[in-house]
Design a protein around this ligand. Structure first.
Ligand SMILES: C[S@@+](CC[C@H](N)C(=O)[O-])C[C@H]1O[C@@H](n2cnc3c(N)ncnc32)[C@H](O)[C@@H]1O
Length: 280
């Protein structure tokens, strides 16, 4: 029987691909960063903590927004991601940001340190999200804001399901357990909001974000990016022969063709944003 892979090990392997495609990812998810900034009321001078900051976003955009009197602490569980984020900050000349390798449930910061905590596409991967949220509350100042964004259901997101539909015809797989860490763990409306409420966050609010995932890439570049940056896809494709992989690629390009008008990616997308604050 094959052992399930250590989730953090999977992210270590994935880090180089997120780095390779980081400028496309930044552009694709800019609307998410803006929504987090708005929901958490991020403004100049604030101290912001980004959990699971990956290759540097939304940390670096927020660092520009809080300005020289504010700062961002970018954290991620995986050293390769933290290194990629640090490198990106250097190349963009952003200096009001610090980096720490740590997991969401064990933050190396003093109580009541931050005005805001955010996490973009991270919360669904925390082994125990309630423990992680309680740890975030510990490091938040009284009254501080918290905001997370996660994927809505796969079937509402052609960016995801058009590929899954093709791949599942070639590599049958059991449906993912919705309570295990994974991209769609909090796709059910209300589920992440309940976690925040259970953890002690107050004024919890949920909204569905409708936006378009856009970037100036072709459908071929999209397929390369998706087949590299998703560990789930990489593992499934690894079970296929070269001829089968070529066939999957052809079918994906056919399935997504309507979402590349003028040879640019444009997928209608839905995500869930949950926000609240610490009692103060
Ligand atoms: C989908 S990526 C999102 C990265 C970034 N926030 C973004 O939006 O581009 C998920 C990130 O969560 C990190 N991660 C996974 N489990 C974690 C944990 N328990 N604590 C902190 N980070 C974790 C991974 O290393 C990865 O960088």
């Amino acid at each position: 029987m094959t052992q399930p892979k250590d989730p953090l090990r999977q992210w270590e392997e994935t880090a180089k691909y997120w780095t390779r495609h980081s400028s496309t990812i930044r552009e694709m998810f800019t609307p998410l960063t803006e929504a987090l900034i708005q929901a958490a009321g991020i403004s100049e001078g604030q101290k912001v903590l980004d959990i699971a900051g990956g290759a540097g976003e939304p940390s670096l955009t927020i660092a520009e927004r809080v300005g020289p009197t504010g700062s961002v602490t970018c954290t991620d569980a995986v050293a390769e991601m933290v290194e990629a984020a640090r490198h990106e900050a250097q190349s963009r000349g952003i200096t009001n940001v610090q980096f720490h390798q740590c997991t969401a449930d064990s933050l190396p910061f003093a109580d009541e340190s931050f005005d805001v905590v955010v996490s973009r596409l991270g919360a669904m991967f925390f082994p125990d999200p309630v423990v992680a949220c309680k740890e975030m509350l510990r490091v938040m100042k009284p009254g501080a804001a918290i905001a997370f964004v996660v994927w809505h259901k796969s079937e509402l997101n052609p960016f995801c399901h058009l590929i899954t539909d093709v791949v599942s015809r070639h590599v049958p797989a059991a449906p993912a357990d919705p309570d295990e860490p994974g991209a769609f763990r909090f796709a059910e409306p209300g589920k992440l909001a309940n976690i925040l409420t259970q953890s002690g966050v107050i004024d919890v609010a949920e909204q569905t974000l409708h936006f378009n995932i856009q970037a100036p890439i072709s459908s071929e570049q999209f397929w390369t990016m998706r087949s590299e940056t998703s560990e789930t896809l990489r593992s499934k494709l690894a079970t296929l022969s070269d001829a089968e992989k070529t066939q999957v690629g052809k079918e994906v390009l056919q399935a997504v063709r309507d979402f590349f008008p003028n040879s640019q990616m444009n997928f209608p997308t839905q995500m869930i944003l949950v926000s609240g604050r610490k009692a103060g």
